[in-house]
Design a protein around this ligand. Structure first.
Ligand code: SAH
Length: 455
């Protein structure tokens, strides 16, 4: 197989990043945007010894699972990877991804998986779900100002006026900001030259309250004529908070340390179930409110609380799960590495009049070994780690604490499966696995897992 060769093949499988996989004389080709069942003509773009990458030249016969992506830039934009796959098949792909990881990495037997795995919880309307978007700002080749998203794996901006997984109001907000930039000669930041001012626009939406936050991330100490922008933005219904975030570093990290409120409140409010949350521009907050409720309800169900339990909520962010569980527990202890998130968690406990939650700042693998003995036996431990999963020291401490139940909320089923295997060596058994589709149209999947003590 050589570069630029044109081949005909049928797609037989889907890779972990959503790409189609087919074979030409036993040589596997990975093809972006191709779907299982598609018969295609493809161009080889990279040929390695045992496999290669290709691009669709022509779809000879489309798969029955292929749909027309509702977003016309779906293939260029790096945000969604599998819009061309029917939603039903997206869910099947995610379910199988979790299952395969538990089987291969977690060493869980097929018979066990058949017993413990439940259907994936999908959405009725798998668009318009995101409550947060961060748009990079730039100029196109013709010099026109634009807001958009990065193309997959690069930093070239694809202009996006109306992202279909985001809120409709974003379009109006972006238009207002771009017009303001035009009228007041505000330059977008240029990553190559590190000159220019406006880097990103962050928009957050409180689904339950309709409150909107707009935060402009700038490479400057202040924004010229910002009072004029505030007047324009205020005209948009729902705007509750307008702020500047200062980021003067040459970095891929979107936000800097300092945030200045230009107008309104420094936070917006949202509810998950009956618990109220104040969210600042920098705090981590789940992006799909409808599915967050599904996720947390499952966590609550698996925690099986009667009111007498001591619970640890590790990787607690702004205390969302901790506070969600606190009403049914004796006491909840939350641990989180970001100090601002813990400040938010304490404030969130206060505004909900929740007194049985205590929060610690620090690494879970350091705080828990040091603190846990002071607070009595924990019946339940909830963990919700980032993609890299749990630290081995933490797993050892958790086993020592010997809770009856561990509820594992995972955003990466490969590391979750690895941790399930480690916990099973310590006498813990997999009882329930429920994948939840927090991110329709993308290859990502969340899973809530119940692990209980054997003896
Ligand atoms: N449970 C929360 C947050 C989950 S995201 C929610 O549902 O909203 C994972 C969180 O883990 C992030 O807030 C991140 O800051 C935090 N984190 C990352 N590494 C950590 C560590 N070693 N110890 C404690 N928290 C950590």
């Amino acid at each position: 197989m050589k570069k630029n060769e044109i081949v005909t093949l049928t797609i037989e499988d889907i890779g972990i990043n959503g790409e189609g996989i087919g074979k030409v004389m036993n040589y596997p080709l990975f093809i972006k945007d191709a779907i299982v069942g598609d018969k295609i003509k493809a161009r080889v773009i990279k040929a390695k010894k045992n496999y290669g990458y290709g691009r669709i030249e022509e779809i000879i016969e489309p798969s029955k699972d292929r749909v027309v992506p509702p977003c016309f830039i779906a293939e260029k934009c790096g945000g969604c990877q599998i819009q061309a796959l029917s939603y039903e098949k997206q869910l099947e792909f995610k379910y199988n991804k979790v299952k395969q990881n538990l089987k291969r990495i977690g060493q869980v037997k097929e018979e066990v998986l058949d017993l413990v795995m439940e259907d994936i919880r999908g959405m009725k309307e798998p668009f318009r779900y995101r409550n947060k978007a961060a748009y990079p700002i730039g100029r196109n080749k013709e010099g026109k100002l634009m807001a958009g998203f990065y193309a997959g794996r690069t930093h070239s901006i694809i202009p996006v006026e109306d992202c279909l997984v985001g809120q409709e109001v974003n379009k109006e907000i972006l238009k207002t900001i771009l017009t303001f930039m035009q009228n007041h000669q505000i330059e977008p930041y240029n990553e190559q030259t590190q000159k220019g001012v406006l880097r990103h626009v962050l928009i957050r939406y409180g689904e339950a309250t309709g409150e909107i936050m707009v935060c402009l991330i700038i490479n400057a100490k202040s924004l010229k004529d910002s009072d004029k922008l505030v007047v324009e933005l205020q005209k948009i219904a729902g705007i509750k908070s307008i702020s500047l975030n200062i980021n003067r570093e040459n970095t891929n990290v979107i936000m800097g340390e300092k945030t200045l409120t230009l107008w309104g409140s420094p936070t917006i409010t949202d509810y998950i179930g009956e618990v109220k949350f104040q969210i600042s521009p920098k705090s981590f907050y789940q992006v799909n409110p409808a599915q967050t409720k599904v996720l947390y309800d499952l966590a609550l169900e698996m925690a099986d609380l009667s009111g007498k339990e001591t619970v640890w909520d590790l990787y607690c962010g702004i205390g969302t799960i901790s506070l969600f569980l606190s009403k049914k527990a004796k006491m909840v202890y939350g641990v989180e590495i970001v100090p601002q998130a813990i400040a938010d968690a304490k404030e969130n406990a206060r505004i909900n009049q929740i007194e049985n939650a205590k929060f610690f700042v620090g690494k879970a693998e350091e705080v828990v070994p040091r603190e846990q003995e002071k607070y009595g036996r924990a019946e339940v431990i909830v963990v919700d780690p980032p993609r890299k999963g749990l630290d081995e020291t933490l797993i050892a401490t958790m086993a020592q604490m010997s809770p009856d139940r561990i509820v594992y909320v995972s955003c990466d089923s490969a590391t979750m499966a690895r941790d399930v295997a480690l916990l099973s060596e310590k006498g813990y058994e997999l009882k329930r696995v429920v994948p939840v589709d927090q991110f329709p149209q993308t290859v990502h999947v969340e899973t809530v897992v119940l692990i209980t003590r054997n003896i």
